[in-house]
Design a protein around this ligand. Structure first.
Ligand code: ATP
Ligand code: MG
Ligand code: ZN
Length: 340
């Protein structure tokens, strides 16, 4: 699987540029903190970064002034294969109670077997029960010299403030499109896929801000021998979105609804479609506002029309979650757009 094969193994391979800098700084600092909170959406590299971190502090070949793990020594290799006894990964989604946390705390009193630190990685940390958090509080405040805690969460709001304030926060946020594109290019080069920039951009655009999802799409697309952007658009269920925009520009309402009906019949993906049209409209908005963008043709819609359409489509996008008929939110949005 691409997303496992290309899981970042060094700090420099973390494609999330902000996170890369933060982790570098932490590893360079003289006094290494002992409790971290990795916050971010799914598939943004929290677990990967936690493992890199565990390797970096336990690597046997690492010199004082360098931060990268060697990925060759026994410690690095066994951390990578999850067989290293001093890296303890716990999924708080299934081990959330006071007993599990107490056991974990007991573990922190043991010295590391072969490295410098025992690293405790707690995934989905927001799932821990309040009793569990209370038990953890004191250990987080004064962790043993040889213990490092990394709490990972997709949901910061659900963590008690007392826990949050004891940790150094690393914010993974959402995957940025540019960062995801650079990950996809790295994979593409390695797999000799020969795709162009716009191909990777389109995947990144439909990856839900997740590096993992993007890598999965790339893998499927390459397995299905999809070569062109046209084919990719079909694959993503957004074939012909430019045609729809042209019809909208002509305000041809009958054609519009025939187009949408065909799109639905062909199994088109309305979420992807609306995302793409919004992206295009935003570019048009910028052009009308005098922000030059290369190679883009200018829409015949006025600035007011564009901004009204954007608002309507954003509403439609929200409604996608609850609609019983997938095409309906878009159809209603366009009825309203034409009716004025
Ligand atoms: N910053 C990144 N740079 C490059 N690839 C990444 C990055 N983040 C994630 N990936 C890719 O996504 C996959 C999943 O990443 P990881 O398991 O670290 O995410 P996570 O944040 O822990 O997600 P979850 O919240 O679902 O546990 C990795 O195997 C890798 O292929
Ligand atoms: Mg994870
Ligand atoms: Zn090493």
């Amino acid at each position: 699987m691409f997303y496992l094969k290309y899981r970042p193994k060094t700090v420099s391979e973390i494609d999330n540029s902000r996170v890369k800098e933060t982790i570098k700084k932490i590893l360079e600092s003289k006094n290494l903190p002992h409790a971290f909170l990795f916050i971010g959406q799914k598939g943004t590299g929290k677990t990967s970064a936690a493992r890199i971190f565990a390797k970096a502090v336990n690597c046997l070949n690492k010199k004082e002034d360098q931060i990268e793990p060697c990925n060759r020594c026994v410690n690095c290799l066994s951390i990578a294969s999850s067989s290293y006894t001093d890296v303890i990964e716990m999924d708080a989604a299934s081990n959330r109670g006071i007993e599990e946390i107490k056991n974990l705390i007991k573990e922190t009193s043991f010295l590391p077997m072969s490295g410098r630190y025992r690293v405790f990685i707690i995934d989905e940390a927001h799932m821990i029960t309040s009793d569990g958090f209370n038990a953890l509080l004191k250990t987080l405040e004064e962790p043993p010299e040889s213990a490092i805690f990394i709490l990972a969460t997709t949901n910061l709001e659900k963590l008690p403030k007392t826990i949050v304030s004891r940790c150094v926060k690393v914010n993974f946020g959402k995957g940025l499109k540019a960062d995801i594109v650079s990950m996809l290019k790295r994979v593409g080069q390695n797999e000799k896929l020969n795709y162009q920039n716009d191909f990777y951009s389109l995947i990144a655009h439909h990856s839900d801000y997740s590096f993992r999802d993007a890598a999965k799409i790339l893998e499927e697309v390459s397995m299905q021998k999809i070569k062109t952007v046209d084919e990719l658009e079909s694959f993503l269920g957004i074939r012909g979105k430019n045609d729809l925009l042209e019809i909208i520009e002509k305000k041809d309402s009958k054609k519009t609804f025939i187009w949408i009906e065909e799109f639905a019949q062909n199994g088109g993906n309305f979420k992807n479609l609306i995302e793409d049209i919004l992206e295009e409209l935003r570019v048009q908005l910028l052009i009308k506002k005098g922000v030059k963008i290369e190679d883009e043709k200018t829409s015949v819609l006025t600035l007011t029309e564009i901004s009204r359409l954007i608002k309507l489509l954003m509403e439609a996008y929200q409604l996608l979650r609850s609609t019983p008929i997938e095409s309906l939110p878009l159809e209603i949005a366009l009825v309203e757009f034409y009716n004025k």
